[in-house]
Design a protein around this ligand. Structure first.
Ligand SMILES: Cc1cc2nc3c(=O)[nH]c(=O)nc-3n(C[C@H](O)[C@H](O)[C@H](O)COP(=O)(O)OP(=O)(O)OC[C@H]3O[C@@H](n4cnc5c(N)ncnc54)[C@H](O)[C@@H]3O)c2cc1C
Ligand code: SF4
Ligand code: SF4
Length: 421
């Protein structure tokens, strides 16, 4: 894993400095407001939405901490603020705008049309559990009426072991990406380049796999009222015709993960080939072929702190959701939520072994536990029927004075703000 530069102090152990004026004099909400409220406050979940939302490509990803950073002039259009699920985007409202019952949304599960216990009909080496995501995407790539490419994750080729995005255009490439990586691949930040570099037809149709926060970003940019009212220019996301959420209660911060492995297990990143959630613990797969079993609690310090504010474990705004909870060994739980999801499932069904799942109890329990945890952690009100947009002022009123309050921007970046923001 990459050597990291020191980041902003973690929430809870920094003296809070005065931050940018709560009410910007020109009324514009800029990247610096997002930076203070989310990135410096250590609430960023690395979904990449702000980068994809910026019409002037002013936001990049810092090599040092894999967080968004300003790379050129910010025009103050506020789109990064509006679409960030930890800032201006009331993410729980997206699902109800798509027609889900507010109570189902608040329970953490959202709208489910059909549910299956599923596994790949043909063995998928390295799959996390049922190999369902891989089998489904591979079948759709093989189908002339299916998709032209699939945005999945793979291990970065730089030896860091971190997740990186991959646009697969063949079933073999999808199979090479099977398995779960517990860091974020930042796929939304590289969509344009991935599409430009891939061997794709004009106007390709793509599937995209992501954690629920990534899918919230895609939904906000692609299907919400923002799309109609504010994002009228063509965008790489226009090509995403199918979204698959991976059930998720927390992603890991690469820097924190490196510390945990070194401190608790005396392991360096190149000695570890993978992590897997097994029961109440984590299995650490070792490069020498061995494994270690670790209690989940050991990894608490590596969890992205913004994940604690996520009430969307099941990816309510996705077309399909796939997770391990709720089914047995060798199977995955597949939730079909939308018409696009149904069409994809019907096309790929012969590549899967499925049985109807009548009891969603374990999924509901996980989703409800996760939603309760989020409501406790977030300083703003959780409201599936509220306004989709949370203005900067309202956010500040809710978060100022809490342990998740905005933090003055990193002194190392001040010159950027003076010049660009
Ligand atoms: C951070 C994280 C936390 C999770 N936590 C839970 C949990 O608490 N409970 C639960 O039931 N399930 C959880 N999952 C989902 C689970 O681990 C499996 O990914 C899911 O069940 C699919 O398994 P599969 O065998 O069907 O998929 P596979 O056939 O193995 O395919 C998985 C697909 O996901 C892609 N992928 C892997 N990692 C990422 C990533 N980080 N971002 C985007 N795409 C990725 C792969 O490239 C591949 O295409 C989590 C996943 C992630 C990424
Ligand atoms: S949470 Fe997502 S949208 Fe918000 S700052 Fe982080 S990467 Fe950007
Ligand atoms: S817990 Fe929520 S915010 Fe964190 S990675 Fe998973 S989906 Fe994203």
């Amino acid at each position: 894993m990459a050597q990291q530069q020191p980041r902003a102090p973690a929430v809870g152990d920094d003296p809070r400095e005065p931050t940018t004026d709560v009410s910007p004099p020109d009324g514009k909400v800029r990247f610096r407001h997002l930076d203070e409220a989310v990135i410096e406050a250590d609430r960023c979940v690395q979904c990449g939405t702000c980068v994809a939302a910026c019409p002037s490509n002013s936001i990049g990803i810092a090599d040092s901490d894999r967080r968004p950073t300003l790379v050129k002039m910010c025009t103050g259009c506020s789109r990064c603020w509006d679409t960030c699920p930890r800032a201006g985007l009331r993410y729980e409202r997206l699902a109800t705008l798509e027609g889900a019952d507010p109570e189902d949304v608040a329970d953490g599960i959202g709208h489910v049309e059909d549910a299956y216990a599923a596994s790949a009909a043909e063995d998928v080496p390295d799959a996390q559990h049922g190999g369902v995501v891989t089998a489904l995407l591979a079948a759709l790539l093989d189908d002339p009426e299916g998709i032209d490419g699939a945005i999945v994750a793979r291990e970065a080729t730089d030896g860091t072991g971190l997740a990186a995005p991959k646009l697969a255009t063949t079933p073999a490439e999808v199979r090479a990406g099977a398995g779960t990586l517990f860091t974020q691949p930042l796929q939304l930040t590289e969509l344009r380049e991935l599409i430009a570099e891939a061997d794709l037809p004009a106007d390709p149709s793509l599937g995209l796999v992501g954690t629920p926060c990534v899918i919230e970003g895609v939904t906000a940019l692609d299907r919400s009222p923002y799309r109609e009212t504010r994002f009228d220019e063509p965008r790489p996301l226009d090509h995403v015709d199918l979204t698959i959420a991976l059930t998720c209660t927390q992603a890991l911060d690469d820097e924190g993960l490196e510390h945990v492995l070194a401190r608790e297990y005396n392991l360096s990143p190149d000695e570890v080939t993978g992590l897997d959630l097994v029961g109440q613990g984590i299995r650490i797969d070792l490069a020498d072929g061995g494994e270690e079993r670790a209690p989940l609690a050991d990894f608490a310090g590596a969890i992205l702190s913004g994940c604690l504010e996520c009430a969307d474990a099941t990816g309510q705004t996705a077309d399909l959701t796939v997770g391990t909870v709720g089914t047995g060994q060798g199977e995955s739980t597949l939730l079909v939520r939308t018409e696009r999801g149904e069409i994809a499932f019907d096309r790929a069904e012969s590549a899967l072994e499925t049985r109807q799942l009548d009891d969603l109890g374990p999924v509901e329990q996980l989703a409800a536990w996760n939603a309760d945890r989020a409501r406790e952690a977030m300083a703003r009100e959780y409201d599936p029927e509220g306004e989709l947009s949370i203005p900067h002022m309202a956010h500040r009123e809710a978060y100022d004075g809490t342990d998740r309050a905005p933090v003055a921007f990193n002194p190392a970046r001040v010159h950027q703000y003076e010049e660009w923001c």
